[in-house]
Ligand binder design. Structure first.
Ligand SMILES: *Cc1c(COP(=O)(O)O)cnc(C)c1O
Length: 425
């Protein structure tokens, strides 16, 4: 459910016409709906509550790190899951309290760990023995105890794209669940460490419940072992990963949050632990579109191309993961106009800069507007300036109002951090 709907034949975000935004802000531009963000947050947290679960929900900042989006979620009570010092800074700047922030990631540096401790962070999810030792040393220098989880790798097949699977032994993430007990013992004996939780995150865009079921089972087993050993665990952090519909024919329909909450409750609900969840995609994906204008229409030898002003630098998912985004014209075709099949591509000098091959669309011409749907997660956060293209701007809509919440940099700003070497005069 989202708030991008057609009114009088023109696609709107809530009460704002996308034609208005395109004319006033320019394209390409990401557009987010406050109502959809609010709704998704409510559905997800409501499902947990209905299943009787006591949970802290930390939005995965890497899905959408826009400060205004994070502020919207923080105002609803969201915590944050961050994967770098930079994301921690952004989350704090957006108003997320430090005691609701979880720090994940395999490569945290000494400086990042020190910063997290200075902020008074809720939890650091340790992913290696090396990191545990580094964190212990940093915490002891500061005379504090770092609150940690160890992220376990449960070795389950998440049934998703191989580039977004994280819970198999051959992935770089977490500590093999078979080795976790030993590391917990070590952690429990460290002066700079306070063991608080077990964590996991098995992948993203997971449609099916069975990988969660398997992974939660292993978490439950480990908890029993640790408790027998006298190691106190207060909470269980089960990560994110719930899939969303991208509306591709034949794709499995992701399970609704209520079903997910029931599987959590069945496996982990009766253990006397608080739960921590780190949803990303589920909260923001359908709350955003990438709005773009057709620059050229080109009749190739075997097919027609719509060449857009958005490229793989603005929305990387199709090029990176073969991801599917539904593509739709902003202005509905006149009644009776038949669809044609076209390739929708960007302007970047790479053959992988393709948003959709042979998509059925009404005939479109240069100047027409279209949207890539379900682009509110892993869209703008992955954008870059490849081909000398300034970072794509972002707009947040609320009812009949919109605001540019990240403006388009000028070319001058694009190169502002660069300078000639001293010998170049
Ligand atoms: C990416 C990530 C998430 C969020 O995953 P989604 O699939 O967007 O829900 C949660 N936790 C960790 C550790 C992650 O790396």
């Amino acid at each position: 459910m989202h708030h991008f709907t057609s009114r009088d034949g023109v696609l709107h975000c809530e009460d704002v016409s996308l034609e208005t935004i395109a004319a006033e802000v320019g394209t390409p531009v990401y557009v987010y709906s406050t109502a959809t963000l609010t709704r998704h947050w409510g559905v997800f947290t409501g499902a947990l509550k209905d299943a009787g679960l006591d949970a802290t929900v930390c939005f995965a900042t890497k899905a959408n790190g826009n400060v205004a989006v994070l502020r919207t979620l923080a105002d609803l009570g969201a915590g944050a899951d961050v994967v770098s010092g930079g994301e921690l800074f952004v989350a704090r700047h957006a108003g997320v309290p430090a005691d609701r922030i979880v720090f994940s990631g395999v490569g945290k540096t000494r400086d990042e760990l020190a910063y997290a401790l200075d902020e008074g962070i809720f939890q650091i999810n340790v992913e290696s023995k090396s990191e545990l030792e580094m964190l212990d040393a940093v915490a002891r220098e500061k005379g504090v105890k770092a609150p940690i989880a160890i992220r376990i790798n449960p070795d389950v097949e998440a049934g998703t794209h191989e580039k977004i699977t994280t819970g198999k032994f051959d992935n770089k993430f977490g500590i093999a669940w078979t080795q976790a007990h030993a590391l917990y013992r070590k952690a429990a004996g460290m002066d700079g460490i306070a063991v608080k939780a077990i964590a996991m995150h098995i992948g993203s865009q997971i449609a099916d419940l069975s990988p969660f079921d398997a992974a939660f089972g292993r978490m439950r087993d480990l908890l029993a072992i640790l408790r027998r050993d006298g190691i106190e665990i207060e909470r269980l952090d089960i990560g994110g990963g719930l899939g969303v519909p991208y509306d591709r024919e034949g794709d499995p329909t992701p399970m609704p949050p209520a079903d997910y909450a029931r599987v959590i409750a069945r496996n982990l609900g009766d253990l006397g632990c608080r739960l921590v969840l780190e949803p990303g995609r589920l909260i923001t994906a359908n709350a955003g579109v990438l709005l773009s204008r057709v620059v050229h229409r080109k009749e190739g030898a075997t097919r027609s191309f719509l060449i857009c002003d958005a490229g793989m630098n603005d929305l990387a998912r199709p090029a990176m993961y073969d991801a599917f985004h539904a593509i739709e014209p902003v202005r509905a075709p006149a009644p009776g106009v038949e669809n044609e099949h076209v390739d929708v591509v960007g302007p970047i000098c790479e053959s992988s800069d393709v948003f959709g091959k042979q998509r059925a669309l009404p005939p479109m011409q240069a100047g027409d507007l279209l949207v890539f749907r379900t682009a509110g997660a892993y869209g703008a956060t992955m954008s870059n300036m490849y081909n000398g293209r300034p970072l794509v701007p972002e707009v947040l809509v609320k009812d009949g109002e919109y605001a540019v919440v990240r403006r388009r940099p000028t070319w001058q700003e694009m190169i502002a951090l660069e300078s000639p070497a001293p010998w170049q005069g």
